[in-house]
Design a protein around this ligand. Structure first.
Ligand code: CA
Length: 677
């Protein structure tokens, strides 16, 4: 397919006459043939999204390739361009040549594509949309060729580089990219920094577990001086929002990040040399012909296209198919509240019994099981669980030689020989999944390890959750047994320090717009205990209301959710809370953003079959009264879970108005849920 594509680019006269591509400054309705004549002089093309509202411009200026993007606003003076991503550089610097400057415009090809696929493990179970495409062929001063492929959907743009085989040269090392993202001066940011490598607990960073700043200025230096991890959300004043990320990263490239801004320009950067304990190169390499990953830009005036975007999955393909049928579901895990001391046979039995009582599919046995339960008794535990209708996930460290982790099992998953032997044993015992923790960073070396674990695990019918890890980049569609990544300051931090409890609502109202907008998020939350220790009598204080916690089970999306419930909840909580947690699905057919502002509040709805769940979260200091349009539940009877004025949980049967409006009252650190069909 790659070969065929480039052949098409090289063929003169095959350019599509699709009306979506227009010359930069010419009249809008000129025929495509006339626009091609202008190519030599202008070297700027415009691609418009299928709905005509999003534009991308691609051009060359003094040999430097660039792109810019925005949307059309229709006012009383007619249609006006609103630039949301200003002229930003493109290009690659490689060991076989510089493809970032001195370029000439050789070829172009335009077209459109139908995007259609099923995806059980993300926001929409079925995606059907159209996109317009542009591929430009450029050549450098040495006459070496590179293409850039753009896909333009309504509100979304994706692009990637393509390098053909260059005569006898069949491989390339990319030294750095000239890819950048330049924002208008008025832009403020919602970003999380990249940490130093080899710092933190047991030298396990970076692991995408840093704090966000909301509405920060662009010129403020990043916390560690290494820029920011994907995704980044940018607020271009009243013009709208831009979400930037990347997707399709697999064993054939590294994970990238954004550097600190200079005059509004964020350059794409490769991993730091120090990651992975200095082992493995920061410079990705691939065979020719070959592609880089896709970089994605979601832009719109409002936030719905950000929360609802499917661009991370639209442009990737499955890396392999599976002969196994994987079952998504809910799980219990003792480690989150009862910590290391609970990884023993008897405590695991209590959590398996709780999973059975809840009707949950899984229990996750966390670190130290190899030591504190042992393999022989683990075989017994698996049999016990399966007798109760509960399947197990077992925890592993990924290391290896890139941190100081001693929590066992260690030194298994990094090595193909020990890994395969272990996976054979897991399959023989009937274990259904693994959680692999503490990866070494974003180098290609580490991306190869993620993919190798997924690939080997699928041979044995094992699902995989990653923790202490990188952002998933399209993986829900690329790997059939991939079911979750942490890559966030997750529920464990609420146990570790009070400040994370104090900030729980702030963080929770960021995730649907940022981290969870581009990939599933294995947060491991929904606490119903007020004190976060084993006895519910010490440790940190949860500041959120119970209903807030229930709402996060809807607001946070991961196809396998391990909830932070404890056995005492079954008898101590109101029955309607436990009933809600018994019924909550973890796979969804649809999501709709309803209202919100990142870091302040969010209201969104998810559909599972006929059932709608509406979740509302308030991070503000004041009680929030909101009227939300719920056309999907107009005139319907619903369960309304809400905070009473003293913060106590309540549930009522009520009716959504026939006009579809519903009034929420949300306490500070509070929330609400509606469920109905
Ligand atoms: Ca973690």
């Amino acid at each position: 397919m790659k070969k065929r594509f480039y052949a098409a680019v090289l063929l003169a006269g095959v350019f599509s006459s699709a009306g979506a591509v227009r010359s930069g400054s010419g009249p809008e309705n000129i025929p495509a043939s006339a626009s091609m004549v202008q190519a030599a002089q202008q070297e700027e093309r415009t691609v418009v999204s299928p709905d005509g509202a999003t534009f991308l411009k691609v051009g060359l200026k003094e040999g430097n390739p660039y792109y810019k993007a925005g949307r059309y606003a229709v006012g009383k003076d007619g249609r006006k361009e609103v630039v949301m991503l200003e002229e930003s550089p493109l290009g690659l610097l490689t060991d076989i040549g510089d493809f970032s400057r001195g370029m000439v415009w050789r070829k172009e090809e335009t077209g459109s594509r139908d995007i259609r696929y099923d995806l059980e493990r993300s926001k929409f179970s079925r995606v059907e949309k159209k996109a317009n495409t542009l591929t430009i062929g450029l050549a450098n001063a040495e006459n070496k060729e590179m293409a850039v492929e753009f896909v333009v959907e309504d509100h979304n743009i994706a692009f990637r580089y393509y390098l053909p085989k260059q005569k006898e040269t069949g491989s390339v090392r990319v030294l750095r990219e000239a890819t950048g993202f330049r924002f208008p001066a008025k832009t403020t940011t919602f970003l999380t920094p990249q940490s130093d490598a080899m710092i933190g607990w047991k030298r396990t960073k970076p692991s995408y577990e840093e704090e966000y700043k909301a509405d920060a200025p662009m010129d403020e230096p990043s916390q560690y001086g290494h820029g920011y991890t994907f995704p980044g959300l940018f607020h271009v004043g009243e013009d709208g929002w831009v979400l930037v990320s990347e997707t399709g990263v697999d064993s054939r490239y590294c994970g990238s990040r954004l550097g600190d801004a200079r005059d509004g320009l964020y350059m794409l950067e490769f991993p730091m040399d120090e990651e992975n304990n200095g082992n493995g190169t920061s410079e990705p390499a691939f065979a020719l012909p070959g592609y880089t990953p896709w970089r994605t830009v979601t832009l719109s005036q409002g936030l719905a296209p950000v929360v609802e975007t499917t661009i991370p999955w639209d442009v990737v393909e499955p890396r392999f198919t599976s002969e196994h049928k994987y079952k998504m579901g809910r799980g219990t895990w003792s480690w989150i509240l009862w910590q290391d001391g609970s990884i023993n046979y008897d405590d695991q039995v209590r959590y398996i019994d709780m999973a059975a009582a809840m009707g949950y599919e899984y229990t996750l046995v966390d670190n130290w099981w190899d030591n504190n339960i042992g393999r022989k008794r683990m075989e017994e535990l698996v049999r016990y669980a399966r007798g109760k209708g509960v399947e197990l996930f077992l925890w592993y460290s990924s290391s290896g030689y890139w941190n100081d982790i001693e929590q066992g099992p260690i030194n298994i998953m990094h090595d193909p020989i020990t890994r395969k032997k272990e996976m054979r044993w897991l399959r023989q015992q009937g274990v259904k999944g693994i959680k692999v923790d503490f990866f070494g960073g974003d180098k290609q070396e580490t991306m190869r390890l993620y993919e190798a674990i997924l690939s080997d695990a699928d041979d044995h019918g094992l699902m995989v959750i990653f923790h202490g890890c990188t952002l998933p980049r399209g993986w829900e569609r690329m790997y059939p047994n991939y079911v979750g990544s942490e890559a966030v300051l997750a529920s464990e931090n609420l146990i570790f320090a009070q400040k994370f409890c104090d900030n729980e609502a702030f963080n929770a109202t960021l995730h649907p717009f940022i981290r969870n907008a581009v990939g599933c998020m294995e947060f491991g939350g929904t606490f119903l205990n007020k004190r976060l220790n084993r006895g519910n009598d010490g440790g940190t204080y949860r500041m959120s209301t119970d209903i807030f916690e229930l709402a996060t089970a809807v607001a946070f999306q991961n196809p396998v959710q391990n909830f932070a419930l404890a056995p005492n909840n079954l008898t101590e909580q109101p029955k309607f809370e436990i009933d809600f947690m018994k019924e909550i699905p973890t796979v969804w057919d649809e999501v709709r953003f309803l209202d919100g502002y990142p870091g302040r509040f969010v209201v969104l709805a998810r559909r599972h079959g006929e059932d709608w769940y509406v979740a509302a979260l308030n991070a503000g200091k004041e009680t929030l009264r909101l009227t939300v349009e719920l056309p999907m539940l107009a005139g319907r009877e619903v369960n309304h879970y809400f905070d009473k004025s003293d913060g106590a949980p309540a549930m009522e049967r009520t009716k959504v108005g026939r006009n579809g409006r519903f009034k929420f009252t949300l306490l500070p650190d509070g929330g609400a849920v509606l469920s109905g069909r």
